[in-house]
Design a binder for this molecule. Sequence first.
Ligand code: ZN
Length: 298
Amino acid sequence: MDRLIQGTAADGTIRVFAAITTEILREAVRRHETSPTVSAAFGRVLTGTLLLGSTFKDYDRLTVKIDSNGPVGGIIAETTGIGTVRGYVKNANAELPPAGNGKFNVSGVVGEGTFYVIRESGFDIGLHKEPYVGSVPLVSGEIAEDFAYYLAKSEQIPSAVLLGVLLKSTEPFVAASGGVLIQMLPGANEHIITMIEDTIRHAPHITSSIADGAGPEDLLRIALGEVDFDVLDEKEVEFRCNCSMEKAVGLIGSLGKTEVESMLNEDKGAEMNCGFCNENYRLSESDLEDILRAETRV
Ligand code: ZN
């Protein structure tokens, strides 16, 4: 299973996070049938969201939303504090020819727009606090730079972010996916910051290392070079949605008696699709009859 680790370096003045997300992106691509360039963009957003989510405490749900004018139209990813992530894109089939350097044209498929981070909390204990919403304009559309810009601008935390996706032409299409997030806390030594920035600039592609079997610790070693780090926490991470047949039934029921009756009489059933994971829920005639019976009892 995919793994995410977090730790510190330079006497606690630097926080470090790294994740392998190959399985997560495979599941996302399988569910949403995204084109290669959209898969590259989507993978970076899913990984960045998991890493960003690990930097915060005290939230139930953290959503990264990219609203943009490029062919993909928008990308959404949502993570929980316990290591699950789910997401979708507006136009899964959008595609562009590779950029001049032969790489996926991620910034082209994303386009210009706004990068939002929404943190919500309190659901579990029945509180509905106002969500915390931060936003910045997209600065590159290559995603990693956009996460770093958000952290610097909106959270005032100078950060370095590396996100990578390596695809192949045969199923499951994803050869490697992962990323690193490094945060400089107040008091971080300028010399060490410069060293890390330099290492990252010259770092080999993390995706080829992941494809060769590198774990999150190896990614941190690549990104930090000579700088030592301590791993403080690690968790398994996965693509998981919280939809269910039970919720689908509840939603249909909430449409009201007339609507459910018309689904029963005219459509002989109902179908619901979860946008986040593309799962289809089919309700049979007898399912709808059960909903109506439950309503009558109330
Ligand atoms: Zn779902």
